[in-house]
Design a protein around this ligand. Structure first.
Ligand code: ATP
Ligand code: MG
Length: 331
């Protein structure tokens, strides 16, 4: 088995993109691997979070992950700030990474938009903390969505530069695991943007706690186009919204895009959309209901997180201590 690490920001309710691009693969990877799943609250505050809301989102997100099938007893589920190794390693990596590397990060450019100077310094160095999250556990496998590809490459650049600067073969190469399908689920209202928790409008995303009628409504009102669905994949070219809906349906129905188009090709969107909504509801309803059940016992969730943090610290502490020794700190 491998040591798997991945994280999600408690910045809102996880959506279909998080589920298809990441969470559902995390659940599968629990078979035969040692998995560490982290609610990255330190990343969350790179943009302002209301403290009361942040706290409740950490709990809620833990519940959602458990409801989706993450097992906090056999594996590790915890919040980042509860393990100090992340911050310590993150600082060292701020000193390893180069400003020029940061300047190439497209997520910062996307998130900061035009008004770069007004954003937190934390948002700018976020990828260094992400490298710390991974390398603090010497994890070798990191299942993430397509949007994290560049940050994983940076993680390997940092690992290599560290090894080179300190003349030691300490960090191994990290393998990203980016799924072949649905690695980038797009916004339902704008097929050129990825679905995001932090997007101000909820209409563009299906959240894992959405009620059945909300799901149906969002899909009904999702952007499409006036052409019927094509019978072949080529017919989806330059039709961002149509492609997105078809790929989501394919995953939900456990079919290939070809199969979906064979079934719906030539038809308009309305029938297709209602099938899609049904499929989504069937998948999401059990997660939503189990989350509600788990949230009735918040003390249990807090206990799971505490236990997770303890197990995570036990792995991280010797690694970060070694790194602190390598760079010349005195204990
Ligand atoms: P935020 O807007 O706060 O950054 P997010 O929706 O991007 O939220 P993250 O917490 O940053 O979610 O990412 C959690 C995981 O979900 C990561 O592995 C990321 O690659 C994956 N992910 C995020 N958005 C999508 C998407 N639209 N499609 C597929 N995977 C996604
Ligand atoms: Mg994100």
């Amino acid at each position: 088995g491998k040591r798997v690490f991945s994280g999600i920001q408690p910045t809102g309710i996880p959506h279909l993109g998080n589920y298809l691009g990441a969470i559902r693969h995390w659940v599968d990877m629990q078979q035969g691997n040692e998995c560490i799943f982290c609610l990255v609250d330190m990343h969350a505050i790179t943009v302002w979070q209301d403290p009361i809301q942040l706290r409740s989102q950490i709990i809620e997100q833990a519940a959602i992950l458990m409801a989706a099938g993450i097992d906090p007893q056999k594996h590790i589920l915890f919040n980042q700030s509860a393990v100090s190794a992340h911050a310590r390693m993150g600082w060292i990596f701020n000193c390893v990474a180069r400003i020029g590397w940061m300047n190439r990060m497209t997520q910062f450019k996307d998130k900061a938009g035009k008004n770069r100077e007004a954003h937190s310094a934390g948002l700018y160095v976020y990828p260094n903390l992400m490298a710390a999250d991974i390398l603090t556990y010497q994890a070798t496998c990191v299942p993430v969505g397509e949007d994290q590809r560049q940050h994983l490459e940076l993680t390997n650049d940092i690992a290599q530069k560290f090894n080179h600067d300190y003349q030691i073969d300490f960090f191994q190469e990290v393998q990203g695991l980016i799924p072949a399908t649905s690695a980038r689920v797009m916004n339902l209202r704008d097929g050129s943007k990825k679905m995001s928790k932090s997007d101000p409008s909820e209409q563009g995303r299906i959240e894992l706690l959405d009620e059945d009628d909300v799901i149906a409504n969002k899909i009904r009102r999702a952007k499409s186009d006036s052409e019927p669905l094509p019978s072949e994949v080529e017919g989806l070219e330059n039709r961002l919204e149509a492609s997105n809906l078809v790929s989501i349906y394919a995953v939900m129905a456990n079919q290939s895009v070809d199969q979906v188009l064979r079934q719906f090709g030539g038809q308009g969107f309305s029938g297709f959309k209602s099938e899609l909504a049904d499929a989504l509801i069937q998948h999401i309803r059990p997660i939503r209901e189990e989350t509600k059940r788990l949230l009735a016992d918040e003390a249990h969730i807090r206990e799971m997180l505490r236990m997770g943090a303890k197990k995570a610290s036990a792995i991280a502490e010797p690694i970060v201590s070694k790194v602190e020794e390598i760079v010349g700190f005195i204990k």
